[in-house]
Write a protein that binds this ligand. Structure first.
Ligand code: COA
Ligand code: MG
Length: 295
């Protein structure tokens, strides 16, 4: 990254799912501090409520009121009786992204792009759930084809994946670690944003914090959430800490000092610091500034 490059960053720390058939939750979300709101038409909506949920989401988003939150609509898979109608409704209201579930490979994303484009959604980004065994085996190929499909994020679907793998869904997520890491690897290799899966035990704050920290440590940029009570903690854990920011600012200052002009490596706070650390520092500061701008 050339010196002086302005880094822009959109925080995706907290991505809250809301059942599309629950108008109370959709209304409440207007006042919640989640970075991303995912209007769900899929798993949280019963088959008999699909049409009504679609209409509720369409009407609610047409009225607006969600200020600076990034709006994402999760549609049903295109192979279901509801998928195409969901995409059509989503394209009408123009969210930041449409999230497609049950993606198995790059051909599913190409199909999703075609259906969105043929409904006027050429410019709407796509996000993909990574939640089937095949999606894990194909995750690099899905990411490699992301540019032409305007695919910009992977969302872990840990519940579906654990179900299909018939693996244990334990607190330490050991049986899912390979899948989690492969998803982060593929996302980072091709510039997509990896977002971690949900934590079902709403009352268990300690367990939730541990799993957020694990996701952050693995490289996820944020986490999908199911309840408003999870937002504040998730936002705090996925934001740069004060210590990280202080170090980032020190790195930026050190590289900007006239006596260090043209240098590729410095010592900052006793640590070897290279231009790659300058890039990390700029990103941390940009994210912190974007978070502060929301407050
Ligand atoms: N988004 C926005 N608001 C939500 C919410 C969500 N995901 N989940 C709960 N709320 C609201 C409730 O409407 C209630 O609002 P109120 O204070 O105005 O009455 C408040 O938060 C407290 O809710 P609570 O009583 O603790 O939860 P609940 O029993 O009503 O609902 C769930 C529990 C799990 C059914 C609900 O949280 C939910 O549907 N979560 C999302 C599920 C989902 O989308 N899954 C798909 C992805 S895995
Ligand atoms: Mg699912």
């Amino acid at each position: 990254m050339p010196e002086g490059t302005i880094v822009t960053a959109a925080p995706r720390r907290s991505c809250l799912y809301m059942p599309g058939a629950n108008p109370k939750a959709l209304e409440k979300a207007k006042t919640l501090p989640a970075d991303v709101l995912i209007f769900d038409l899929e798993d949280s909506v019963a088959p008999e409520a699909k049409a009504e949920a679609r209409e509720t989401v369409r009407r609610t988003l047409a009225l607006g009121g969600y200020s600076d939150k990034e709006i994402v609509i999760r549609v049903n898979a295109l192979g279901t009786p509801w998928g195409v109608a969901d995409v059509r409704a989503a394209c009408e209201v123009g969210p930041a992204a449409i999230l497609f579930p049950k993606i198995d490979g790059p051909e599913d994303i190409a199909k999703a792009r075609d259906v969105a484009a043929s409904n006027g959604g050429e410019r709407i980004a796509l996000w993909a759930m990574i939640e089937t065994p095949l999606s894990i085996l194909n995750v690099a190929a899905i990411a490699a084809n992301s540019e032409q499909a305007n695919l910009s994020a992977f969302v872990m679907g840990a519940n579906d994946l654990a179900k299909d793998l018939r693996c244990a869904h334990t607190q330490d997520r050991a049986p899912l670690l390979t899948a989690l890491s492969m998803t982060v690897l593929a996302a980072r290799a091709y510039g997509l944003v990896p977002i971690d899966g949900v934590y079902n035990d709403i009352q268990n704050e300690d367990g939730f914090a541990a799993v957020c920290r694990q996701g952050l440590g693995l490289g996820f940029e944020g986490k999908t959430l199911i309840h408003p009570s999870q937002i504040a903690l998730c936002n705090a854990i996925f934001a740069p800490t004060e210590a990280e920011l202080a170090f980032a600012r020190a790195v930026i200052t050190a590289f900007a000092a006239p006596e260090n002009a043209g240098k590729g490596v410095l010592k900052v706070d006793g640590k070897m610091t290279e231009l790659l650390h300058l890039e990390q520092a700029r990103r941390a500061v940009a994210i912190a500034e974007a978070i502060a701008a929301k407050a």
